[in-house]
Ligand binder design. Structure first.
Ligand code: UTP
Ligand code: MN
Length: 506
């Protein structure tokens, strides 16, 4: 704010073309007007005074005599609209950027107007502003882990998560798709105009983006984060074995925290009991190093029960992520049929070696004749599968990471003194066994991301009239299965460019 006193002085100069205070007019051919908008009143007053001192006529109020309008941070549209609201001016004054003014001040005379001095932002903007274009299905685009728009995608992902926790899957998918589009952009979004024509950005998502671009935050995101309901849903679904439905039921029964859950004496199933017991560990991200240690153990188990069987790390780690919420493995054997009965043996081995804190194995229930074309595109596959909580020794971890760590303490009792936390941690591990004939489909299906998978299936169905699952690809037009022994072949069947795992982080 300009002090009242100064304002009065300014007002007294109204209409004054000349040089209040007796400054000599050296350049009567230029009549300047400095636009206050965005420049601010005090800076304008300062610059006006400076201009007058240098012998430039500077008008306080706009009039037909003005030849040069000086603007700072205004777009040409803005200034033209403003000029029109003043009834226009003939001949039209030069609309100039502040750079012409400051350079002229430095030179002590009005400089020749160069292109770069003119407010031509519209044209300049159009060439400078990056317009984005991305294909509409996430499986048609490359999405690396490098995200140039994290504040926007995190906000939209939070709204997606909240919708999913509230069992509003439609909304969840819509926000998820919008976030995925922004993740695929090659640079930072700075204005709404850059988003014109992009797919999957609905009204609601655009509103959230606009608010963040203008204010830095979205009121909806902030209020969601603060809401008791969202916080309770997050805490409760953080328990392994607890989904949105169960959490919702508990919340309705007045349970909002782990403490309240323990107090309430609810009957928990075996998974939930284990989930509650290992809550902190399970909610702590798993590192790549930890995943690799677990991989060694799983490979050892697999090799000892079925030599020749192969283990692949899938999920987020295969996409190059450095942390994950669990570790996913896919196991197969190069000879079809040899994998039958493999899972119980692997699980027994791991169990007998004390690696499993919890496990639940489901049998392979996939039968091509029954499940294929008749029951297409289910996201839930029917492989022989083991959901487990793995006991990862931290000693092993520290030995691998830092050989010095253990040697310092000679006290043989020291490990007994150490609490549980320092000796091992619980990690969620998923094991899946696939016959080799379905391996490529299983690998593609288990590499994710979840949105990438959903989009692959949507593409297959809507654009190719095919049904894709983690078991097979069925062509509805030809009424036949399309075989594949690599992910590349599946992309080719689908008429899609091959996207490597590191670019599937949609
Ligand atoms: P995850 O949930 O483990 O996701 O499923 P992620 O990408 O590895 O994420 P983080 O890093 O653990 O947090 C991995 C893939 O397995 C598929 C999912 O669709 C995802 O693509 N999957 C998961 C299935 O196909 N079926 C399931 O029952 C579960
Ligand atoms: Mn995972």
């Amino acid at each position: 704010m300009v002090p009242l006193k100064r304002r009065k002085v300014v007002a007294s100069q109204t209409g004054n073309t000349g040089t209040e205070g007796g400054d000599e007019v050296k350049f009567p051919q230029v009549v300047l007007f400095l636009l206050e908008r965005k420049m601010g009143a005090s800076r304008r007053a300062f610059l006006s005074q400076l201009g007058r001192k240098k012998g430039f006529p500077v008008q306080e109020l706009f009039s037909q005599t003005v030849t040069h309008v000086i603007c700072e941070n205004n777009s040409v549209e803005e200034v033209k609209t403003w000029l029109e609201s003043r009834g226009g001016s003939r001949p039209a004054p030069h609309l100039l950027d502040i750079s012409w003014f400051t350079e002229s001040m430095r030179a002590g005379e009005p400089l020749e107007i160069l292109d770069r001095h003119k407010l031509q932002e519209q044209q300049r903007d159009e060439s400078e502003v990056v317009f984005f274009s991305v294909p509409s299905y996430a499986c048609q685009r490359r999405t690396s882990l490098e995200n140039h728009n994290a504040p926007l995608t995190e906000a939209l992902s939070l709204l997606a998560e909240n919708a999913e926790l509230s069992e509003d899957d439609g909304r969840g998918v819509a926000f998820g798709r919008a976030a995925a589009v922004l993740k695929a952009l090659p640079s930072l979004v700075t204005s709404m105009s850059q988003l014109r024509g992009l797919p999957c950005l609905g009204e609601h998502s655009l509103k959230v983006i606009k608010e963040i671009l203008e204010n830095g935050t979205s009121s909806e995101v902030e209020s969601t984060k603060k809401s008791e309901r969202y916080q309770a849903l997050k805490v409760l679904t953080g328990i392994f074995g607890v989904g949105a439905k169960t959490a919702e039921r508990w919340i309705r029964g007045g349970i909002r925290s782990l403490h309240q859950l323990r107090q309430a004496g609810r009957t928990l199933n075996r998974a939930q009991q284990a989930g509650l017991e290992h809550y902190d560990d399970i909610n702590q991200p798993v590192t790549k190093a930890e995943a690799e240690l677990i991989m060694e153990t799983v490979e050892k188990a697999v090799a000892s029960v079925l030599p020749g069987a192969q283990t692949v790390l899938t999920g987020g780690f295969r996409r190059g992520k450095l942390t994950g919420h669990d570790v996913d493995f896919l196991i197969t054997h190069p000879e079809e049929g040899r994998e039958v009965g493999l899972m119980p043996k692997v699980v027994s081995w791991l169990q007998s070696e004390g690696f499993l804190l919890y496990q639940k194995t489901t049998r392979n229930s996939y039968l091509e004749s029954k499940d294929g074309p008749g029951r297409p595109a289910s996201s839930m596959d029917r492989f022989e599968r083991c959901f487990s909580i793995f006991k990862l020794s931290k000693e092993e971890e520290t030995r691998t990471e830092d050989p010095q760590e253990e040697t310092g303490n000679g006290d043989p009792n020291s490990t007994k003194v150490m609490d549980k936390q320092s000796q091992w941690r619980a990690v969620r591990v998923d094991l899946v066994v696939s016959p080799i004939s379905q391996f490529a489909f299983a690998l593609l299906g288990w590499t994710g991301s979840k949105l990438f998978e959903r989009e692959l299936r949507r593409w297959a169905g809507h654009e190719r009239s095919m049904s894709l699952s983690s078991h097979a690809l069925f062509d509805n037009t030809q009424s036949k299965y399309l075989r594949a022994s690599s992910e590349e072949e599946i992309f080719a069947h689908l008429g899609l460019e091959y996207i490597p795992p590191s670019q599937r982080n949609a």
